[in-house]
Design a binder for this molecule. Structure first.
Ligand SMILES: [Zn+2]
Length: 250
């Protein structure tokens, strides 16, 4: 049980993070939202975080909602990583996610790095909760999106410092992305102010999602499965990529 109603949330520009912020705001938590510039190619997502957070503030004006973007030198440290998210030489996987193509988007230790920053902020502000938006679809290839990791990280926090109890939560861990879309729809989340595309920032696309990369296809599929209207403007129709298995190198 939380000991107060103050939470630090890790948020990207994506729909899961946006739903997470609404979920805690709807529960009455004052929020310190943290976004991270870790050298991701789709840094454009951070502009979208600003957009939905402005909307969130207007909607929950009774709550304190602070947002900061923190630079993390993850890409600078991972000079030998072949992750398509941070290595300019690597192509973003296209088509529906497979284990292999999703693996190509793993950034080693990304969540533990972010969570430790968030826990430090939580300590500073006496917040009782730190949360992030891992979901069931992340489970197979992202080790730091699993329950074992959250349990281990909570154990780490408990032994790393004494005097305050800070709990890491990941409330959507057992949700499919479609279930997150459904929850977001119930919470009236402004999905049009969220950004998923890993090709974000590529020339010629402007404010359109590519519709081809694994995360675009995953986003499209989630709205479709949930029966929630998808406000995303796609440069290519993701429907035709739903049944094309992604490859790590294409
Ligand atoms: Zn895309």
């Amino acid at each position: 049980m939380p000991i107060n109603n103050r939470a630090v949330l890790i948020v990207s520009g994506g729909m899961d993070s946006c739903v997470l912020a609404h979920y805690y705001a709807a529960a009455g938590f004052h929020l310190h939202l943290l976004s991270f510039d870790y050298g991701q190619k789709h840094v454009k997502e951070l502009d979208y975080a600003e957009r939905y957070i402005a909307d969130l503030r207007a909607r929950y004006s009774q709550l304190e909602i602070v947002h900061d973007t923190i630079d993390l030198p993850i890409a600078q440290l991972l000079t030998n990583s072949d992750s398509a998210l941070i290595n300019p030489e690597r192509q973003m996987p296209h088509g529906h996610y497979t284990d292999d193509s999703m693996k190509a988007t793993v950034v080693p230790y990304r969540n533990p790095n972010m969570l430790l920053q968030a826990a430090t902020v939580a300590w500073n502000e006496h917040a009782s909760v730190v949360a992030y938006a891992a979901h069931q679809g992340d489970y197979s290839q992202y080790p730091d999106c699993r329950e074992e990791f959250v349990d281990a990280f909570n154990n780490l926090l408990a032994v790393a410092m004494e005097g305050q109890t800070i709990k890491v939560e990941s409330p959507f861990m057992r949700f499919t992305k479609a279930q997150i879309a459904r929850l977001g729809s119930n919470l009236h989340v402004p999905f049009e102010h969220t950004w998923s595309c890993y090709e974000g920032g590529s020339s010629g696309l402007d404010d359109r999602h590519c519709g081809i990369c694994g995360t675009c296809v995953e986003r499209y599929e989630a709205f479709k499965e949930a029966g929630v209207p998808d406000p995303t403007v796609y440069a290519n129709d993701p429907e035709q990529y739903l049944h094309i298995p992604g490859r790590a190198d294409a």
